[in-house]
Design a binder for this molecule. Structure first.
Ligand SMILES: Nc1ncnc2c1ncn2[C@@H]1O[C@H](COP(=O)(O)OP(=O)(O)OP(=O)(O)O)[C@@H](O)[C@H]1O
Length: 231
């Protein structure tokens, strides 16, 4: 379980989060939804210590991010985006690197097959399309076998078949007991995959259980009704 208490953060004078508290239960997929520039990536970075939040208490299965940082981070995987992959290394290089660093038993070749990357896993990242890089990044998450996965906009640039494939893989990770916090702007996908959704607004998180409601309608209600009223 990931538990967060008293999390506040500002970029200079701009408050992003104000005294945020939440928990993520094991075996759950939680969506993180908000308009561009609200602070989704910032939150994910805070949860793994890439940005500082000295006053917050962040624990993962009882381990403190502040005082037991390396044990905490071994249980978590986060890579901000496929733009952060190494341009001159191949997909396979990335997967072998993650397997070694996370001491994982997940089979690299089986993962390549599962993600249908056979035709390009020996290619350098710089020669891949955005969708291919997104596959490579998801493969890194799968290979890490980390208990908790923070995934930032994994569906960007994917075709409909790949979106289905990713949703299936997220479901498989949940079935294996993993905890996923996934930011996305794809509300239909959020509705299909997530157990609950955090809507980020006014420096706070509004938690909504997914009971099959229309997520786009909910998005409009939370974010757009007010915006329209201000025009
Ligand atoms: N290094 C930085 N210095 C100052 N401000 C920053 C920095 N990084 C992000 N911000 C600001 O923090 C706010 C939140 O940015 P963030 O990238 O977390 O948003 P986001 O919700 O992930 O957006 P998007 O959906 O566009 O990816 C933005 O207003 C952005 O301008």
């Amino acid at each position: 379980m990931l538990a967060v208490a008293g999390l506040s953060f500002s970029f200079k004078d701009k408050p992003i989060l104000r005294d945020v508290n939440f928990t993520l239960e094991d075996g759950q997929i939680v969506g993180l939804v908000a308009p561009n520039g609200t602070g989704k990536t910032t939150l994910l970075k805070l949860l793994c210590g890439l940005l500082p939040a000295p006053a917050a208490t962040i624990t993962l299965n009882g381990l403190s991010l502040r005082t037991q940082r390396s044990a905490f981070l071994k249980q978590l995987f986060f890579l901000e985006s496929s733009a952060h992959l190494y341009a001159d290394l191949t997909v396979r290089d990335h997967l072998l690197y993650v397997k070694r660093m996370w001491r994982s038993r997940v089979d690299v070749q089986a993962t390549i097959k599962q993600l249908q990357m056979e035709s390009y896993y020996t290619k350098r990242i710089k020669n891949l399309s955005l969708g291919m890089k997104q596959h490579a990044l998801l493969a890194m998450y799968m290979i890490s076998d980390a208990q908790t996965m923070l995934i930032d906009e994994p569906l960007n640039g994917l075709d409909p078949t790949s979106i289905q494939q990713f949703e299936h893989i997220f479901g498989g990770l949940r079935a294996a007991g993993k905890t996923l916090l996934v930011s996305s702007h794809q509300m239909d996908s959020v509705g299909r995959v997530c157990d609950q959704v955090f809507f980020m607004k006014d420096q706070a998180l509004r938690e909504v259980a997914n009971t099959g409601q229309d997520m786009m309608a909910l998005y409009t209600q939370i974010f757009m009704t007010e915006a329209a009223a201000n025009v």
